[in-house]
Design a binder for this molecule. Structure first.
Ligand code: DGY
Length: 322
């Protein structure tokens, strides 16, 4: 095994170390070489192929880590994901090559939940529109929808779904949830009703997605899912773009069946100006920023750094996926 002082580590999340300079200084002190992503965006597979050949450890953002990228990874021992989602990593290829993949569970759950609540409030009260208009010297008399007395449906009651449910507790709304595995003690303690997905879709004024992108959840929000949603309801996605059939969502919004949507994630990121969803004023679009807080970036940074160094030193990582 190579000594740590000879290892080369690639760090691609653009927010790594932004709120705690020690994340960079400690890494730079311990390993031989560190390369940072200076593009300001997640890297493509082609960009990774140019960078990976002599990299031993990789603290990874939302880059496209596909089979072609792995073909350039001749020395790679670890991909320490800075976050929990691994839909951007070809896990099978990583396993075949003996490359350990780790994640940072819980590190960003509260921040993603906070963004979800912020988006929810912005959907039902047109805050962004009202603020922009007021800045322009206008004084619009906007009409909002109260959360009080409404029904919010959570698709997924894992770490992030639970944090959303906890925060909704103060809004006097009814909370429904659906998941494959359910923590009934948690649900009972918060007053969350566990229901079938069809009931959740039929009865919710707002549906929020909190499930991972897996082969079985890909495109789960299709035309049938959207048709089952209550007329005039809202959809929020702070999870993964791949969950949604974006064409079907455009139709549901354009026809007026859905009243609005807030999307922090897209099938292709950045979505590009030609994504039809961005042409709709009833869509709030944000740049996959659920984890962009001081708390989350520090927690993700330290967890990813520790696991990356553990593997390079031949130790057990704390949060291994493969
Ligand atoms: C996650 O946890 O995967 C977030 O999307 C940030 O990468």
């Amino acid at each position: 095994m190579k000594p740590l002082t000879e290892c080369h580590v690639l760090v691609t999340p653009t927010s790594y170390g932004r709120n705690d300079a020690r994340l960079k200084s400690e890494l730079e002190l311990l390993v031989g070489k560190v390369t940072y992503n200076t593009t300001g965006k997640p890297l493509s597979s082609e960009q990774l192929q140019g960078l990976l050949p002599d990299v031993d450890g990789y603290i990874a953002g939302l880059d496209v880590i596909d089979s072609a990228a792995f073909s350039a990874a001749h020395h790679l021992k670890v991909i320490a994901r800075y976050g929990v989602g691994v839909s951007n990593v070809d896990l099978k290829r990583a396993a075949d090559l003996g490359i350990v993949v780790t994640i940072t569970p819980g590190a960003n759950s509260k921040s993603v939940a906070e963004l979800t609540i912020g988006l929810m409030l912005n959907l039902v009260r047109p805050i962004i529109y009202a603020a922009t208009s007021t800045h322009k010297g206008q004084w619009p008399r906007t009409q909002g929808v109260s959360l009080e007395g409404k029904t919010v449906g959570l698709i997924g009651l894992g770490a992030i779904g639970k944090e959303v449910a906890r925060r909704l507790g103060g809004f006097d709304c009814r909370i429904l949830a659906n998941d494959v595995v359910v923590d009934r003690d948690f649900a009972d303690s918060i007053g969350v009703q566990i229901v079938d997905r069809d009931i959740l879709l039929n009865e919710s004024d707002i549906v929020s997605l909190h499930i991972p992108a897996l082969p079985e959840t890909q495109g789960i929000v299709d035309a049938a899912f959207l048709a089952s949603m209550k007329p005039g309801s809202y959809l929020i996605n702070t999870a993964r773009g791949e969950l949604i059939d974006e064409g079907a969502l455009f139709e549901a919004l354009d026809s007026g069946h859905l009243r609005g949507a807030a999307l922090d994630t897209f099938v292709k990121e950045p979505p590009g100006g030609d994504n039809p969803l961005l042409s709709l004023s009833q869509v709030i679009a944000t740049p996959h920023m659920g984890s962009h807080t001081d708390g989350a970036t520090n927690a993700m940074g330290w967890m990813a750094l520790r696991d990356c160094l553990a593997i390079l030193k031949g130790e057990e990582p704390a949060h291994q996926v493969t």
